[in-house]
Design a binder for this molecule. Structure first.
Ligand SMILES: Nc1ncnc2c1ncn2[C@@H]1O[C@H](COP(=O)(O)OP(=O)(O)OP(=O)(O)O)[C@@H](O)[C@H]1O
Length: 359
């Protein structure tokens, strides 16, 4: 396990099942994976395992190394370290067992979607029926259009079809839903769910935290070529997502005096637990339970704060992402660490800090 991974990475459930802990029956195993391009360490000692039948998510900022890791695991680039897929080095694995949707994929432009799926299916001894694959990705109605005339989302869906036409045991999808509209995304989500239900192992990279949270059994967060957390999404959220919060969009700019007035009113009504901070367009009160919402609103009113809108939300995988990558604090521009939570937790666990102080 990566030495910088949080403790969500290391505790296996008692029954050895996959959610939360390490894979019980791994089809992908990587230890100490390294890859440099010139002076850039794209992968800086990645350890991971993926179980048979698992939907495994890989998230991380632009340039974190996600695509490089997918390429290393599919044998499309050489990397150092111990990499095994179905027990063999990636380049020795039977291609019929693997499906790959690369991040960048440019199939021949003057073939129709149907011809493309036929063509890629023809590369294998046994392939799925073209029509059912087109149906699966929501392309049945547009199957006779040339690839070059398809919209960006239709192109991506066609590419997904070419990746699943061989009915792979292990499917790598590198940002499959980028540029796809909500209906198309739903089609891809349903396809992933069906494949997983049928026993296909899925390795999914995405910047869409909602789809990763919804679809994956476990997720690894990559930053600067290292896994900094891995575990079931709900576990990562409970450990690192922070408290539920109430966000207020304010009509006027948020001043320090506004924050202090609301904080004082919130302390008075709710005790010491909630914290108040300025956001880009208003205020955020953290630590507000559903039953506290009325009191928090009363604190805003008492402070004379006029708000345009209010929203309450539970923490999500996006909060985990923002906190563990340090982007939340970078965005605020203060470069500071939170008073509680992940900053201290990570230092205690591994000596690292969210601002990259271990590197
Ligand atoms: N072929 C290459 N030549 C040189 N540098 C590369 C190459 N491929 C990747 N890199 C560098 O390696 C690092 C990791 O890139 P990678 O594409 O794996 O990140 P990523 O997490 O997939 O990013 P994104 O979310 O933007 O797709 C980046 O600094 C990138 O510039």
């Amino acid at each position: 396990m990566d030495e910088t991974a949080t403790d969500a990475a290391v505790d296996a459930p008692a029954d050895g099942a996959t959610p939360g802990g390490p894979a019980a029956d791994p089809v992908v195993v990587g230890e100490g994976i390294r890859k440099s391009y010139g002076g850039v360490d794209a992968l800086d000692g990645v350890d991971l395992d993926v179980a048979a039948g698992e939907v495994f998510g890989l998230i991380g900022p632009n340039g974190a190394g996600k695509t490089t890791l997918v390429r290393a695991l599919t044998g499309t680039t050489e990397a150092e370290g111990d990499l095994r897929v179905f027990g063999a080095p990636p380049r020795d694995v039977d291609p019929a067992r693997i499906g790959l949707l690369p991040q960048s994929f440019d199939p021949p432009a003057r073939l129709t979607a149907r011809e493309l799926v036929d063509y890629y299916g023809g590369l294998y001894d046994a392939a799925r029926d073209t029509e059912s694959v087109l149906e699966d990705v929501g392309m049945a109605d547009d199957a006779d259009a040339w690839y070059e005339t398809l919209s960006g989302g239709q192109k991506r869906r066609t590419c997904v079809a070419t990746a699943v036409v061989n009915d792979p045991d292990l499917l790598f999808l590198d940002e499959p839903t980028t540029g796809i509209d909500p209906a198309g995304r739903r089609a891809i989500h349903r396809l992933i769910e069906r494949l997983a239900a049928g026993g296909t192992t899925v390795f999914l990279t995405s910047h869409a935290m909602d789809e990763v949270e919804r679809l994956t059994d476990r997720v690894a967060l990559l930053r600067d070529g290292r896994v900094i957390a891995v575990g079931a999404p709900d576990r990562l959220v409970s450990e690192h997502g922070g408290a539920p919060r109430l966000d207020a969009t304010l009509a006027d700019p948020t001043t320090d005096a506004t924050v202090e007035a609301v904080a004082s009113g919130v302390r008075e009504r709710l005790g010491g637990e909630p914290t108040v901070e300025a956001t880009d367009d208003g205020l955020r009160v953290r630590g507000v339970r559903p039953e506290d919402i009325g009191d928090a609103v009363a604190a805003l009113d008492a402070a004379g704060v006029a708000f345009d809108s209010l929203s309450w939300s539970e923490p999500s995988l996006e909060d985990v992402y923002l906190r563990l990558t340090g982007e939340e604090y970078a965005r605020r521009g203060d470069g500071g660490l939170p008073d509680e939570g992940v900053g201290r937790g990570r230092r205690a666990a591994d000596g690292a800090t969210p601002d990259g102080g271990d590197r």
